[in-house]
Design a protein around this ligand. Sequence first.
Ligand code: COI
Length: 358
Amino acid sequence: MGQFPIARTTAPKQKPADDQLAFGKVMTDHMFLMNYEEGKGWHNPRIEPYGPLTLDPATSVLHYGQAIFDGLKAFRGDDGQIRLFRAQRHAERFNRSAQLMCMPELPVDIIRQSFDALVGVDADWVPRKAGTSLYLRPTIIATDVMLGVHPAHSLLYFLILSPVGSYYKEGVKPVRILASDKHVRAVKGGTGEAKTAANYAQSLAGQVDAAAAGYTQVLYLDGVHRKYLDEVGTMNIMLRIDDEIITPPLSGTILDGVTRASTLQLMRDWGLKVSERPITIDEVMEAGRHGRLREMWGTGTAAVVSPVGTLGYKGEDILINNGETGELTQRLYDAIVGIQYGRTNDPHNWTTIVPPAA
Ligand code: COI
């Protein structure tokens, strides 16, 4: 597709200070847009000043939620280079979400070119402070204007950018997680594997209940037996019982997390025993009661590697590693972040350098 037309803003915004960054509160100066029409395919890629979208009130995404997104990050390294972490895998997952939500896929090289082009244009927005990054949010929405329920014939791809700090207000300190015996996130045959808007809308009620009970997030159990660990909604879950590292398998109900895959790869590289296997909440609580639940952490693009200090379930709280970040959790965090900022060797070539904008 080559170079994209760029309309630069005439009113650049004031950038927030790096130490004021939370998650996703501020957007950069530009956005990438591209349209799809049945019969014409994806067309009209362009970069424009960031601004509101105009949508007819009958636009189908507003009613039936046919929307997908992904999330990846760009990091400014100590060498001044800007690196994307696992852009290829994120682009492929975005297309997997598109398939699951009956949307036309976008060529992976166009998705990747849109990442590079927009980050290049807004390169000054990539923050500098340790722990900060530029979050990329590629999204596709259904734009048919009509109230029938059917896969859309017209869609909009847009990419927006946001300079971010930690996802959780705790920063990288251990969070409190509630395993819910009330709310479920997904069942096999549903949309649990897709990064689709609806999965996040339906997670709100559980999140509100968890917050009211003093927890940061919900750990969802499977929707059928209500006993196997699934995921947290904003992150995949991993734990260490004795010397076995366990994470739920990709069964169609959980997200195929990029940080999940990356940390599993690193732990295998390090020769650790890693099991992707079903695990029940009873097994986890029992291990916790006997001091065998040595560590627990979540993985996600936004959450990075996030230690879990307390696990609650049915009125019982298990304090994990005295509420402190575990040794393996810290090692994984340091290894992932080291690769992302280009401080350490990148043995699997997960990062790519963003070329400067023309
Ligand atoms: C991410 O980690 O990129 C996510 O999409 C999680 C959340 C902020 C929705």
